[in-house]
Ligand binder design. Structure first.
Ligand code: ATP
Ligand code: MG
Length: 422
């Protein structure tokens, strides 16, 4: 991608109405643009990150949980919510058809996925089943001031599982914990994301959250540093010890965190409301037990920024970065043709090798502006071509996460980053 043609420009000053770090950096770097509190447009750079996050989640769910992707509607009939008693929850956006008929905008999809599954599940042979989607959710959140962390319109992956027996559900739920840990690891949040015990409400003793530790987080968790699980604010009240290793309550350390995902047992709450059942081997009708499993993709993007940045800008993990390489052409005021040609040649080589590259070919920016923009945007590898590098027959390479530059030949560089194709 030529940076001179990129839609969305870096801004020298942050937006005055953003109090959160993620919104400030993402807006200044041209990744997102705010429409109103909790509602954002994703510009090309931001959308590339979002789709990279989606790709990791998809691949992991497909391969490690045998889940199947669907896409359900965002317009829901209120009647489905009357069946489950969720028609009065406060975060629902309501609307209506011109022809009459009360609709709500999807805030979660139990009320859609259960009747959908009912059309196709009849016998034990159809179970277990895992269905997921990646879709925009609408929630009339009271407070939306943390940038992408709390949207009124936001991207979520929601997975629903259907089981013949409690035992089958339990095994799947345990597997989902591992699969979630793998996802957060691949997203670059592995080291700071902890399985967190939350109260299970009426359904079971526990449900689980995946909490990423950051001071920008809205939640408080209590981390057990010896076994690496946490307990959330609500259940710590009744918790005398770590639920995993039994370490005493005083050993758990209070931390701020943001919930990037959660998993919880639904038992028969939604399946029973719609009369979803299956017939067992003997032909008897039996109820279905369910689980649901969420990850907020746009929240994950905000959380990555909160965790991976310095005073100059963002520092994207390679797996989700909008581009693998930021190529800076420093041809100077005289528009040195040799520098331009060498940059264009290397740009083409990157493309041929399938390496995503943002090429700063802008003729009206000083080297200082280009360096500052590269730091702000935060692409993992910065490669500079200038008169100096041409004279030395080596390009200047710097990792965003490291302090020093190194010089290497183009061949050495291409070999070093050959693994970055996606
Ligand atoms: P929270 O307690 O933070 O409001 P939640 O309990 O409402 O989250 P779910 O309804 O289970 O969460 O949604 C699943 C996932 O979607 C959450 O783990 C989170 O990552 C994400 N999420 C929830 N609400 C929002 C929001 N308003 N903006 C962005 N992401 C969200
Ligand atoms: Mg919520």
């Amino acid at each position: 991608m030529l940076q001179s043609k990129l839609f969305g420009k870096t801004l020298r000053e942050g937006p005055k109405d953003e109090v959160s770090r993620n919104a400030d950096l993402l807006t200044r770097a041209g990744f997102v643009a705010k429409e109103m509190a909790g509602v954002y447009s994703f510009l090309p750079l931001g959308l590339r990150v979002l789709w990279n996050i989606a790709a990791i989640i998809r691949k992991t769910l497909n391969e490690e949980l045998n889940a199947q992707e669907v896409l359900m509607p965002a317009l829901h009939p209120i009647e489905n919510y009357q069946k489950t008693g969720r028609d009065t929850i406060d975060i629902l956006f309501h609307t209506e058809l011109v022809s009459g008929g009360h609709l709500v905008l999807g805030q979660s999809h139990e009320e859609i996925v259960v009747p959908l599954a009912q059309r196709f599940i009849s016998s034990y042979r159809d179970l277990p089943l895992g269905l997921y989607q990646i879709q925009t959710k609408f929630r009339n959140e009271l407070r939306a001031k943390s940038g992408l962390l709390r949207g009124r319109e936001f991207l979520m992956k929601d997975l629903y599982s259907f089981h013949a027996t409690e035992e089958d559900f339990d095994a799947y739920y345990e597997k989902a914990k591992t699969v979630y840990a793998n996802i957060f690891q691949r997203l670059g949040l592995g080291d700071i994301t902890f399985l967190t015990f939350a109260s299970g409400g009426t359904f079971s003793k526990y449900s689980h959250e995946f909490q990423a530790l950051t001071d920008a987080g809205e939640d408080i968790v209590y981390l057990c540093e010896s076994c690496h699980v946490a307990v959330n604010d609500e259940i710590i009240q009744e918790q005398a010890a770590c639920p995993k290793c039994n370490a005493p309550r005083e050993k758990l350390v209070e931390k701020k965190a943001i919930e990037v995902g959660n998993i919880f047992p639904l038992k028969g709450k939604f399946s029973d409301a719609f009369g979803l059942s299956y017939t067992d081997e003997k032909g008897a009708a039996r109820s279905i037990t369910m689980g649901c499993y969420g990850i907020g993709l746009s929240r994950v993007m905000g959380a990555i920024v909160e965790v991976h940045h310095d005073e100059k800008g963002m520092m994207w993990p390679e797996a989700v970065a909008p581009f693998a390489v930021h190529l800076l052409e420093l041809s100077g005021n005289t528009a040195n043709l040799e520098v331009k040609k060498a940059s264009e040649k290397l740009y083409k080589e990157f493309l041929e090798k399938g390496i995503a590259v943002l090429y700063d070919d802008r003729g009206d920016k000083t080297p200082g502006q280009k360096f500052a923009d590269a730091d702000l945007i935060g692409i993992p590898w910065r490669v500079v071509i200038s008169e100096k590098t041409i004279a030395g027959k080596k390009v200047e390479v710097k990792k965003r996460s490291e302090k020093d530059v190194v010089f290497m030949t183009e061949e050495q560089l291409l070999e070093k980053i050959s693994g970055l194709t996606r």
